[in-house]
Each structure stands twice: as structure tokens, then as C-alpha cells.
Design a protein around this ligand. Structure first.
Ligand code: ZN
Length: 159
């Protein structure tokens, strides 16, 4: 799917080429949260922005450990992931005022996982009419803010 306005994309492609491991492990290790769009770090998991968002404010929660499956998560990781999903919803609500959410996980490439080796949960804010005519007719999505603008607003909304 093409997007009308994606100024961050070139940067991301450059970064992706230099990447040696998965984005969730890189995010877990970095000392510079802004460079990886890490929104929050919990005890066992983190919240990160999706750089190929389905909608503005699309976040992901992943455990720090590089594990592919729900069944690999221990009790502490499950608790922390659930806490961070809740925090993601709260921060998005305060920031972007959505009318609904899709929250879910794709396990395995054939289920649609982009990165199948490291489990991650998607939080996608939804608005009435967001599957609008632009998407339907021209396979193009219009995002109202840059990733950087949204990142800044999400950080400010954390409590
Ligand atoms: Zn990983």
C-alpha cells in the first residue's frame, strides 16, 4: 500500500539496511529510545511505535526476550505485556481520541506476522470512516501526522 506522505520512510529504509537483527531486540538494547521510537519500557517488555502504521498511533508491545510464540512467554512477561497494552490504550486515548481499538497478535508468517521470530502485539486506534475512500479506491492511506509528531505527543501523554 502506498502512502501519500511518508517523509520518514527513506530514513527507515537506510536504517533497515544497516540492521543486523530484529527491530524489537534493537529497541530493547538501545540507549537512545527516540532513535527506535520506544514509547515506554516496562520490567519485561516495551512499547514501540510501528513505522509502517495501519493508522496514526499504531503501537506494538513486545517482550524483551527474542521469542516467537505466546507459549514461550513466562508469567512475568504475560503480566507486563498486558500492563503495557493497557498503558498503550490509555496513552493513545489521551493523545488521539480514537473511537475504538484493534488489539491483536499475528503468530507465524502465514498468519501475517511481518517479523515472525519475535512476538509482538499490535494496538491500532480506529476512527469511524478510517477505512475511507482513499484506501478503498486508490490503495493509498493518508496519515495526518508524521511519526515524529505522534511520538512526541505520546511521550507527553504518559503518566
Ligand atoms: Zn528479537
Amino acid at each position: 500500500m502506498d502512502r501519500l506522505w511518508a517523509p520518514w520512510r527513506m530514513n527507515y529504509i537506510k536504517t533497515a539496511k544497516e540492521q543486523t537483527e530484529c527491530i524489537f531486540c534493537e529497541a530493547a538494547k538501545t540507549k537512545d529510545d527516540a532513535s527506535r521510537y520506544v514509547v515506554h519500557r516496562g520490567a519485561k517488555a516495551l512499547i514501540i511505535m510501528n513505522l509502517y502504521p495501519y493508522n496514526n498511533g499504531h503501537l506494538m508491545v513486545s517482550p524483551y526476550r527474542h521469542i516467537p510464540n505466546l507459549t514461550d512467554m513466562d508469567d512475568d512477561e504475560m503480566l507486563d505485556v498486558m500492563k503495557l497494552l493497557k498503558m498503550s490504550v490509555e496513552v493513545i486515548k489521551r493523545t488521539l481520541n480514537p473511537e475504538g481499538f484493534n488489539i491483536g497478535v499475528n503468530i507465524g508468517r502465514f498468519a501475517g506476522a511481518g517479523i515472525e521470530d519475535h512476538i509482538h502485539f499490535h494496538i491500532v486506534p480506529r476512527w469511524r470512516g478510517d477505512t475511507n475512500f482513499m484506501t478503498t479506491l486508490s490503495n493509498t492511506r493518508v496519515l495526518p501526522e508524521t511519526i515524529d509528531q505522534t511520538y512526541k505527543r505520546l511521550l507527553e501523554a504518559k503518566r
